[in-house]
Design a binder for this molecule. Sequence first.
Ligand code: NIG
Ligand code: FE
Length: 410
Amino acid sequence: MPRLTNIGCLATCANPVGQDDIGLIRDAALVWRDGVVRWTGPAAALPPEYRHEAEWDAAGRFVIPGLVDAHTHLAFGGWRAGEFADRIQGRDYLEIAAAGGGIKSTVRATRALDEDALLDRSRAFLSGMVSLGITTVEAKSGYGLDLETELRLLRVYRRLDEMGPARIVATCLAAHVVPPEWAGDRAGYVRLTTEEILPAVAEEGLADFCDVFVEDSAFSAAEARRICERGSELGLRPKLHVDQLTGGGGAELAASLGAASADHLEYVSEAGIDALAAAGVVGVTLPLASLYLNQAPPPARALIDGGVAVAVASDFNPGTAPSYHLPFAMTLACTRQRMAPAEVLKGATRYAARALGREGEAGSLEPGAAADFAVIDAPDVEHWLYHLRPNACVATVIAGEIRHGGLRGA
Ligand code: NIG
Ligand code: FE
């Protein structure tokens, strides 16, 4: 039963409430057994039964729960650097999409890859994420948009969850956009999703969640409702892409469907904020997407003040957020969303886990939670997110085992 000692500052994120309450303990110790946390507290108060256990040395550093990236599109084929350059020249994201680029171009590249090729690519991304301190990753399908390729993407996620290096929570995003072959029959594609894709996903147990991109250019609120209600019947809880490019009552829809999260929210309305708060839906903000699209960020302060738990995630995808650097997204959440560093840390740990239905298991260090943590070379959360470095994470531990870096004694 190892213990981690000489922790200069430990953020437990054990309190379910309080966006800025990260449960700081100075000069702390952390004890786990069989991959599960047994005890956290000031080192001076370590109970005698744990005093003779193997000692790992945090060298006075800052220790956090393993980061939880609550929104990624991890597996995809190709890249879209040309569109990045085109947008800089003034071409609009939706204009590029309407001309057959955007999501549709990634769908073409993804369909061309077999399961092993998709697995190799996403596993390499995942290793990079783990080196940054990330231990749980939500991963969406949505670049297949036919039965076979949607299942292929979700099978990749199941294999990654089994083989590591990180924990994966899978989401079926068959309703990302209407694929080209169904352009003349939207209702047909919605039927394919509700009658074939979602039932097959549920039958194989391949996803926990069902997502819909609710937007003029993707799916209407009525279509999203039909898809999410079917998902719910099949045991796939909704989480939605809403109010990203236009405001269309998406947050209100997410609240009325009992979604686990409403993601993006650049154009959320006041009524939408009230609805999210009343329904306990986590608001997942994606600072890299609003940065890359050069959009005003979502109103995180109004969300927090309105009583919404706000998460911060990467949205890693080849179009709007071609980076999985969650710590960079966290720094952006501070500067662009006016969130305090502690609020951001809660949003990338405990509240991110809540958005994935994993609160108390992932995203916090408390008895019964997974022994997933990261050791950060900074004195505290303010310094970490202020002094942005390529990587300040010196060790990542998942289920009590080192998966990146090293620690004396381990
Ligand atoms: O979260 N909004 C929809 N989906 C992605 C973008 C996907 C893409 O451009 O490939 C997003 O921003
Ligand atoms: Fe997304």
